[in-house]
Write a protein that binds this ligand. Sequence first.
Ligand SMILES: *Cc1c(COP(=O)(O)O)cnc(C)c1O
Length: 367
Amino acid sequence: MRRFFQDVPEDLWRDYHWQIQNRIKTIHELTRYIKLLPEEEEGIRRTQGLYPMAITPYYLSLIDPHDPQDPIRLQAIPRAIETDPYVQSYGEEDALREEGQIPHMTHRYPDRVLVRVTTFCAVYCRHCMRKRIFSQGERSITKEEIDTIIQYIEAHPSVRDVLLSGGDPLSLSYEKLEYILSRLRRIPHVEIIRIGTRLPVLAPQRFFDEKLLKLLERYSPIWINTHFNHPKEITPYAAEAVENLLRHGIPVNNQTVLLKGVNDDPQVMLELMRSLLRIKVKPQYLFHCDPIKGAIHFRTSLEKGLEIMDFLRGKISGMGIPTYAVDLPGGKGKVPLLPSYLVRKEGNRYTFRSFTGELVEYEIEEL
Ligand SMILES: *Cc1c(COP(=O)(O)O)cnc(C)c1O
């Protein structure tokens, strides 16, 4: 089933560090596996130093080399359009105003803070909402920086939920990760820790490591937020990674981003949500694509998202239906969106639209 790298023994293939050490970062390496399109060759050249490329052998092996619009390919291989003057002139580097007074931390909602602990990722997704940090090189937060953030959280008892993000927090060394988790756990008002990681998708081998799983289990309750965007990403390796996390008491939720050409299709999205439930991952959010400089070519209309949400209803359990959300510009936060099911209201007579499209009248009174 492995498309490329057939000569790599399974024990190496299952080794996360091998996957990271053998990431594909140059045109020269990539053309050994895939015949590149002119806009890809140009894209890789033009994005050097700005939005670099890195692809794990595992993620690369999911690409069908004969399909120029392969959804994995679109997410992983740069295209010239990323540096197109129009794409560059629209959108902002930090459209959601994440950067604030304390470096690497965003405190938007009273009860939650988001902490960016590294700029490193296994794969640099072309649609990344944090493309602005790609050019900073691969660097993780220093002890002094994390200590400042810890002090801030200690001084803010309203913070019950710390969301570690990046880059990919689970790319940190055990020592650094343990330092961060143990410091957070010593703060009495921090109830839950969430880790935003795309490693279940990009290098699920990370979760074949009992030592890492035990570390996460020790600092329970920890929740994982991951980022599957297409049913092709749900492989036996990804399923094994999720199973291992669940065995260690770590629930896994998914945040999909609606991306043009990748998953802006109701049937693809339905298949993705069904596949997630099969591997016991709860679809949490479907995000509308943010206006991020260098990534706006992935944006669809809002109506496309609503059409997909409408399509899902009735075809999959409510458990498999994510919340469609838009992150408002200027750091104003996320808002959920739903197609309208309440069509009319006259006094206490309501008219609803059912999942089959039938109009149903319903009198609802409070007794
Ligand atoms: C999205 C986000 C969160 C988490 O929001 P949830 O709805 O709880 O997942 C927290 N802080 C910031 C700055 C965010 O953008």
